[in-house]
Design a protein around this ligand. Sequence first.
Ligand code: 2P0
Length: 351
Amino acid sequence: MTVYQATVSAPVNIAVIKYWGKRDTKLILPTNSSLSVTLDQDHLRSTTTSRADESFERDILWLNGKEDPIKEGGRLATCIGEMKKLRKQYEDANPNEPKISSYRVHIASNNNFPTAAGLASSASGFAALVSSLAALYKLPSSPSELSLIARQGSGSACRSLFGGFVAWEMGSATSGTDSLAVEVAPREHWPEMQALVCVVSDKKKGTSSTSGMQRTVETSTLLQHRIREVVPKRMEQMIRAIKDKDFTTFAEVTMRDSNSFHAVALDTDPPIFYMNDVSRAIIATIVEYNRASVAAGGPVKAAYTFDAGPNAVIYALEKDMAEIIRLVCYFFPQGVSFEDPMGVFPSGVQS
Ligand code: 2P0
């Protein structure tokens, strides 16, 4: 008996130009382009096994060992359905391939970090889901093609199909066919770039990204300024900074875009607060660290960024990371694991 099964893992990505807002909630088409760095490390990954079998009676997904219902018309059903469609096309083009597109699938996905704590679990989760089905189905699709499907699971997931530095181009088609992820630079381009993940809290966040960003689209006037005036310029600046390996510009744009995203969250009615006092103390620490370096004639050395939760990610070059870890551990003297609040561990962009 042939077993049709594949296991694939996908990493988390942390945006330096943030996605926040949809122009189409069903197809998950964003109101602005975004750009992220994929954290290529064992700490922050989703690993997914997919299996297709004639005997299965329904599609089932287990997330961290617990069944997650696949609602009709929902995101999971859409992604699984789109992948089955691609397999069907592949079978039609290759008549000798086994006809498994009509089989039900069983999918088991595990995160090795807290789910829904503002650490992009849906990004790695849907990227791993789509990648494992692509492997199961032996599809010849490119990462950008798969990103079109991962995007419909969770917007930020489309960026986790690539390693390194990745842009999600918002596109303009109403069908969504040009809203996809593209590689800006592979991780080997800038191997000195590292990310430090500071876990301020591993509790599930209060306002989900999906509902939060929709409220922002409906109520924030500041968002209109951000998507029209601010982000398009920043995308260009950031792509140039990455290509030129210009850390000062990379850091400045990263920090300003994190601030801009949290400003539009605050401009939402009712307001959304993702950062807490510890997050703000981390910002103050990094600002002072950079100020002191520049005042002494040195470079900008660190960039903070915060997603839809209080946890900080600090980007820095390898030469400065040991000093930054010492600084963070000095001012925030806590444990070094997810079991402790405020655990701190380094996460290399390169494995
Ligand atoms: C990002 N975030 O660019 C931004 C920054 C959070 C803050 O993408 O509704 O989980 O599933 O498309 O992708 C989080 O939003 O939202 C997110 P959906 P998603 O990484």
